[in-house]
Design a protein around this ligand. Structure first.
Ligand code: SF4
Length: 176
């Protein structure tokens, strides 16, 4: 089985995405510096950990720079995101996907994908195009899947397991 590095934004989105990647040996990468505040960040991280362990999926994680001091969140993440001329969500996708591609190259994994493709609330076509461009630029294979139709099956799966499921996208501005 070939390996795939799967950028994982959260457990509920991973539950649907993983069912479409059964032909690969998945390595799940946690890199989500957008998620605020710390309490929420750790709740989603903990759920990701538990769910991946339950599925026996290998995990990799890259911690956000501001985790040791929540007051640094705006300086180390949000301010740059809101300054992005293509919008803060574009920045948010790009930073996480660039890190995914960088990690894939460092670890010698040729395939990558992202659970960001699952939620109907995300800009699916922007994410798809970004992944295609990053793949071409970096000589990697982007595995495209469209889990949107089964997204809520994944959310229900997580809830049924008694695991935490979030109520907003992630950044400070998305809380309201
Ligand atoms: S709304 Fe979601 S995708 Fe957009 S910047 Fe905030 S966390 Fe990122």
């Amino acid at each position: 089985m070939e390996k795939i590095l799967l950028h994982t934004c959260c457990a509920p989105c991973s539950a649907s995405t993983i069912t479409l990647l059964q032909e690969y040996e998945i390595v799940s990468l946690w890199f989500n510096p957008n998620i605020y505040p710390l309490k929420e960040h750790l709740a989603r991280y903990d759920t990701w950990n538990k769910y991946m362990d339950l599925l026996n999926i290998q995990k990799m994680e890259i911690k956000a720079d501001w985790l040791d001091n929540e007051t640094k969140y705006e300086d180390l993440w949000l301010n740059d995101a809101v300054k992005c001329d293509k919008g803060r969500c574009y920045y948010c996708y790009l930073k996480r996907l660039e890190k995914t591609v960088e990690t894939a190259k460092q670890t010698g994994i040729k395939n990558f994908s992202t659970t960001l493709l699952s939620s109907p609330y995300q800009k699916h076509d922007v994410i798809k195009q970004m992944c295609e461009e990053l793949a071409e630029k970096n000589g990697l294979n982007f595995v495209y899947v469209d889990p949107r139709k089964i997204h809520y099956d994944g959310v229900h799966k997580i809830k049924k397991l008694g695991l935490y499921s979030q109520r907003y996208c992630g950044c400070k501005l998305s809380i309201r």
